[in-house]
Design a protein around this ligand. Structure first.
Ligand code: FAD
Length: 386
């Protein structure tokens, strides 16, 4: 058993850490206050990220990505998300589903995303269907070479700012399977508009939007992959999406522990640093244990994916890592806030912001309950994954 991080990844991780400290963290106060970054800052982050090969890190090199394996992506994600999500999200990315692009779509959509020239959003969730994503009601019908989409999407991250949306719609309702198709719908397409924008508990700097499709006409050339295979395309990225969500939880946990340690050592009450009190030490010890366990699970799930372990095993490990890391982050944020006392409740502290941001990790990319269902189903069918 070898737990060593390969040298080249350890070096790259250091580069990303420096990037996070110099290019991302300094903009956190601005994002919290203004709910977004100035355009020139976003552009600079994009340019710097591209310059050090941080853009679209999981994408193959032939489309301009960094071609990192899953473990490499986990290490980079962990470091990037030491910064608040609203700033870290400015680093260009391209979702794995775009690998289903045909040649022409690659040039129009995938490559510009990889370069940071186009922004995308992923539009699956609807007002009536969240966890039960296969039950979507947005419909698309084909006539004379044009698909017409009608329906609504909800809670779509970056939905208001994206240049195009990857939209999932019901196209073959009579089939048992292969009922859903994925479409690439560009901003400005007649019949496609942004509806309600939500104010959220955390993650200042990027918004969730409602997307409205009202007789929205999309050419056949904008179908992503085969008609009817949209859900299969979306499911293809589930494991890596969950592993990356787990990785997003590791960065904040590590930074919270650093902050908690520093605060406990310098805050004096009853004549002694509070770090001298066992009540505080126990909270710190529990935080460290949570982070260590979450790291091991996340790295192991990534390593299993890279080794090509059976997809169902990777799936179970990814769900377990996402479940554990997201819940561990909640516990760590709560304890560190307690260590900070009243100061931790103040918006100018990282701990207050991290506490609010942490809550969503248990909801998106499949709620904790859905992860438990997946893990339990696998256990009942195949026994414990190793
Ligand atoms: C900030 C934010 C950003 C988001 N970004 C995107 C995005 O970019 N694109 C996108 O498509 N979606 C996005 N979503 C949607 C997100 O994926 C859904 O919110 C999530 O899947 C849960 O769906 P729901 O909110 O409809 O909850 P529901 O599915 O209605 O669930 C409500 C509760 O019931 C539980 N539950 C549901 N089914 C079961 C069951 N079978 N057994 C036990 N318990 C169950 C859930 O775990 C939950 O506790 C975002 C959501 C948020 C809040």
């Amino acid at each position: 058993m070898d737990f060593a991080i390969p040298d080249h990844l350890a070096e790259f991780r250091e580069t990303v850490r420096r990037f996070t400290e110099s290019e991302l963290i300094p903009h956190e106060d601005y994002v919290e206050e203004h709910d977004g970054l100035p355009e020139e800052v976003e552009r600079r982050i994009r340019e710097r990220a591209v310059a050090i090969g941080l853009n679209a890190m999981g994408m193959p090199e032939e489309v301009g990505g960094a071609g990192l394996d899953v473990l490499g992506q986990v290490l980079v994600t962990e470091e990037l998300f030491r910064a608040l999500g609203g700033v870290a999200e400015a680093v260009p990315s391209a979702p794995g589903v775009l690998l289903a692009c045909d040649e022409e779509q690659r040039e129009r959509f995938l490559v510009p995303c990889v370069r940071g020239d186009l922004q995308w959003c992923f539009a699956l969730t609807e007002p009536d269907t969240g966890s039960d994503a296969a039950g979507i009601r947005t419909r698309a019908e084909l006539a004379d070479g044009t698909w017409t989409i009608n329906g609504r999407k909800r809670f779509i991250s970056h939905g208001d700012s994206a240049d195009f949306a990857i939209v999932f719609a019901l196209t073959h309702p009579d089939r048992e399977q292969d009922r859903i198709t994925a479409f690439l719908v560009e901003k400005g397409t007649p019949g496609f508009s942004v509806g309600q924008l939500h104010k959220t508990m955390g993650h200042r700097g990027y918004r969730q939007a409602e997307l409205v499709f009202d007789d929205c006409a999309v050419p056949e050339g904008n179908v992503l992959g085969e008609p009817g295979r949209g859900f299969a395309i979306a499911r293809g990225g589930l494991s890596s999406g969950r592993i990356m969500t787990a990785a997003r939880c590791l960065g904040p946990m590590a930074r919270l522990i650093d902050d908690g340690l520093e605060w406990a050592k310098q805050r004096v009450q009853f004549g002694r640093p509070i770090a001298d009190y066992q009540a505080i030490q126990f909270m710190l010890a529990d935080c460290a244990t949570d982070l260590h366990a979450a790291r091991l699970m996340t790295y192991n799930a990534a390593w299993a994916a890279d080794r090509g372990e059976a997809p169902k095993t990777v799936h179970a490990k990814a769900s377990a890592a996402k479940l554990f890391a997201s819940e561990a982050l909640g516990r760590v944020a709560d304890r560190v806030l307690q260590i900070f006392g009243g100061t931790g409740y103040m918006n100018e502290t990282y701990v207050e912001r991290a506490y609010r941001n942490a809550r969503i990790e248990r909801i998106w990319e499949g709620t904790s309950e859905i992860q438990r269902i997946i893990i339990a189903r696998g256990l009942l069918k195949r026994g414990m994954f190793s």
